[in-house]
Design a protein around this ligand. Structure first.
Ligand SMILES: Nc1ncnc2c1ncn2[C@@H]1O[C@H](COP(=O)(O)OP(=O)(O)OP(=O)(O)O)[C@@H](O)[C@H]1O
Ligand SMILES: O=C(CO)[C@@H](O)[C@H](O)[C@H](O)[C@H](O)CO
Length: 477
């Protein structure tokens, strides 16, 4: 009997790194099962001290991300890792990391097998970075793309660095998202490869022609040599250059996906499904009919964006910057206030207490618009709290916060629009949702459509699933 095919999916998220092992199950309607999974908090933001003295800077330490990745791999069953035939990688979109070709990492002995350790690599400037003000963005050339450029987008960050710290860029000759970097390091690629899913998230990329706006960028002095080569998402980027946690040397590694597309891929079973993913941020996405082409020019005021999916198709997406991170800020604030009062409390305990309190408080008049980080289409609109009554219990606040996150998203992409697109069901995904009963209740309350909930390592599952399906179709042809 032929050995069962297993693929590994990795998701390099903003808060955590996740890994999932998938096995093919030909008799099951989904065609796969999750054999094992693992998640590790990266705590990479706290560890990153920026050379840039700007309050809005959001950077992450790449060595912390790789450490979390190594910990995830070490926790997966070795007898399964030995049988992995393909690795799919996804991660936080929009961000940019720089490295020196040939010196981006080192493989060092790590006990069981060699591990990846970053070397000549910058911090990751993430999608949450706010250094590009509205005035700065307005000074940039107009892209030839249907997607507008926002702060935290790779090309905007590079423009900012070029203008404000040109010395910073000098040591580096390669750039990519954090997941492009990991793929390049696993395979020892001489030049990074990037899928259109991630290229579109950097800005100045035309999805119709599948090319960067090279002339527009070059004429503004942009270092175009830093733009990665474009390749199809999930196509083979290369093969692993070392044995890695028992995964054989020479295993195929796919061109990295966006975490949005990977999450959607893991749980959208029908073209009439919408996917609601709540993790650090939150997205509501539905597929556009085949043949759909977005407008030729960007509309920075539009709350819905059209992101490339697979095989020339698009997702219509409301991508809010304010999701699980707003709850995390609230929890962090409570922990800090408690410490200021001379007491100590664990974050995980605060999460479970606020969720419990809000489960008891089934309704509230309190209204919270949770846009603490603004939105890409409304960067200057911050959060607000209204309809405050004397009964301001923890339950009221936590319930209103969860409701606000869902309502804010629906104000960007109303149910009516989903229905016009033919959506008949909503599938919920993401670990902020799967761990929070109140968010689930608010999602069910908000959608007049059937809602089902997936698992909490969805993007990792999606990345593994793309590789599993590609591997099966290669074997069949
Ligand atoms: N103990 C907890 N109970 C409930 N929710 C929690 C708990 N700890 C964290 N969360 C929520 O989970 C969110 C982090 O989710 P997750 O680990 O999926 O992030 P991520 O995958 O790194 O994000 P992304 O995929 O957007 O990059 C936090 O922002 C917080 O809202
Ligand atoms: O949440 C993210 C990273 O943790 C982002 O990659 C989002 O997926 C992204 O901002 C959005 O979905 C598309 O703009």
């Amino acid at each position: 009997m032929a050995a069962r095919r297993i693929t590994l999916g990795i998701d390099l998220g903003t808060t955590s790194v996740k890994a999932a092992l998938l096995g093919a199950v030909p008799d099951d309607p989904s065609g796969f099962e999750v054999l094992a999974s693992c998640a590790r908090a990266a705590r990479a933001e706290a560890a990153a001290e920026s050379v840039v003295a700007e309050p809005q800077v959001r950077e992450q330490d790449v060595s912390r991300i790789l450490q979390a990745l190594n910990e995830c791999l070490a926790a997966l069953p070795r007898q399964l890792l030995r049988r992995v035939v393909g690795i799919g990688v996804s991660g936080q979109m929009h961000g940019v990391v720089f490295w020196k070709t040939g010196q981006g990492c080192e493989w060092t002995e790590g006990g069981i097998s060699p591990v990846l350790v970053p070397r000549a690599v910058s911090h990751l400037v993430t999608w949450q970075d706010g250094r590009c003000s509205s005035e700065f963005l307005a000074s940039l050339p107009q892209p030839k793309s249907h997607l507008s450029v926002a702060t935290g987008f790779g090309c905007a960050t590079i423009f900012w660095l070029l203008k404000n710290c040109p010395e910073f860029l000098k040591p580096y000759d390669a750039a990519g998202t954090i997941h492009d970097y990991v793929v390049a390091m696993l395979c020892g690629l001489p030049r990074p490869l990037m899928s259109d899913q991630n290229a579109a998230s950097w800005g100045y990329f035309n999805t119709q022609s599948q090319s960067w706006n090279v002339e527009i960028l070059r004429s503004s002095g942009f270092p175009v040599h830093l733009l990665p080569d474009i390749a199809e998402p999930g196509s083979v980027a290369g093969r692993t250059s070392h044995v890695w946690f028992e995964i054989p040397k020479g295993t195929q590694v796919g061109v990295a996906l966006g975490d949005l597309q990977a999450s959607v891929y893991s749980c959208m079973t029908l073209g009439t499904d919408a996917v609601l993913n709540i993790s650090t941020s939150v997205q509501l996405a539905a597929s556009m009919p085949s043949g759909f082409q977005p407008a030729e020019t960007p509309d920075p005021a539009a709350p819905v964006a059209y992101f490339p999916y697979f095989d020339g198709t698009y997702l219509g997406v409301a991508a809010s910057l304010n999701g699980g991170n707003v709850l995390a800020m609230f929890v962090h604030m409570l922990v800090q206030w408690t410490a200021d009062l001379g007491l100590e409390v664990e974050e995980s305990m605060v999460y479970s207490r606020i969720i419990q309190a809000a489960v008891q408080q089934t309704d509230t008049h309190l209204t919270i618009t949770p846009t603490v980080l603004g939105e890409r289409h409304l960067p200057d609109q911050l959060a607000s709290v209204t309809r405050i009554s004397p009964d301001l219990s923890l339950g009221h606040v936590a319930r209103a916060l969860c409701r606000g996150i869902v309502q804010n998203l629906l104000s960007m992409l109303p149910v009516r629009q989903l229905q016009e697109w033919g959506v008949q069901r909503v599938v919920g995904s993401g670990s902020a949702l799967s761990r929070n009963e109140v968010l689930k209740q608010e999602v069910q309350r908000a959608f007049p459509l059937p809602v089902s909930f997936g698992h909490d390592v969805d993007a990792a599952v999606g990345a593994a699933l793309v590789m599993l399906r590609r591997n099966l179709s290669q074997k069949e042809s």
